[in-house]
Design a binder for this molecule. Structure first.
Ligand SMILES: CC(C)(COP(=O)(O)OP(=O)(O)OC[C@H]1O[C@@H](n2cnc3c(N)ncnc32)[C@H](O)[C@@H]1OP(=O)(O)O)[C@@H](O)C(=O)NCCC(=O)NCCS
Length: 212
């Protein structure tokens, strides 16, 4: 086991990234340093994968799809044209993206692809479906098996079919319980969050000190 890990590291260092021998990397795909592409995955020419990403087994990345740095894609996910996942996004196993709102086998709608943007640090739970044209906000969380039909706000937790608001989560993915002043704390990071006008943000230390 140690030897296998060691060889993998050596390989990554020499190639800048690792891909399993069964993966198909078309000429012209762009893969960042330190990324790993696992069994049977296919990266189309023009697709872009940032640094230190982990692309699981049986993942398809389309020509215009863009993944930022540190993105994790679990097994059996197709990242279609029009999908953009920013840095540190987590895509759970068998998540389904879409890019045509009203597909017909006998009409080409390639010119009508709708974008799906997944903002920095967001997580999408296993087997969720994201209807195209919607944005998933920063550090938002989509519960397993949900169907997202509307935009999801920054730090929002949604679940169900269709996905509905069930709460808020911190950057670290813990539930935020807001008090009557709209203040909540993340027990892991000790950061303070505010809920104002229906939007959550991290309270910067300077926001907390009006005298300076
Ligand atoms: C969404 C999630 C984070 C919520 O976890 P939680 O904060 O511990 O929430 P709870 O389990 O306390 O559930 C709160 C309520 O939401 C419901 N709920 C939780 N997850 C749900 C989901 N995915 N879909 C629908 N409803 C869900 C619960 O049934 C519960 O409802 P109730 O109050 O009527 O009983 C978690 O359930 C989830 O889906 N995690 C994703 C796991 C995953 O896909 N991992 C992938 C890597 S392996």
């Amino acid at each position: 086991m140690f030897r296998k890990d060691f060889l993998l590291q050596l390989y990554i260092m020499n190639q800048n990234f690792y891909y399993h021998e069964t993966a198909v990397l078309d000429d012209g795909c762009n893969v960042g340093e330190g990324s790993k592409i696992w069994h049977f995955s296919h990266l189309m020419a023009g697709s872009t994968i940032g640094k230190n990403c982990n692309i699981g087994q049986n993942v398809y990345v389309a020509a215009t799809a863009v993944l930022g740095d540190g993105v994790k894609v679990q097994n059996n996910v197709s990242i279609y044209d029009g999908v953009v996942c920013k840095d540190n996004v987590f895509i759970g196993p068998s998540v389904v993206f879409t890019n045509v709102i009203n597909p017909r086998a006998f009409i080409s709608r390639k010119e009508e692809y709708k974008e799906t943007i997944v903002e920095e640090g967001a997580s999408i739970g296993a087997n969720a479906t994201i209807v195209c044209g919607n944005k998933i906000g920063k550090y938002a969380f989509v519960g397993a098996g949900s169907v997202v039909t509307h935009d999801v706000m920054d730090f929002e937790l949604v679940a169900g079919v269709p996905a509905a608001h069930i709460g808020w989560v911190s950057k670290e993915g813990y539930r935020l319980e807001f008090n009557r002043y709209g203040i909540a704390f993340c027990h892991e990071s000790k950061e303070t969050y505010t809920l104002k006008g229906g939007q959550v943000s991290i309270l910067q230390k300077s926001d907390n000190n009006d005298n300076k």
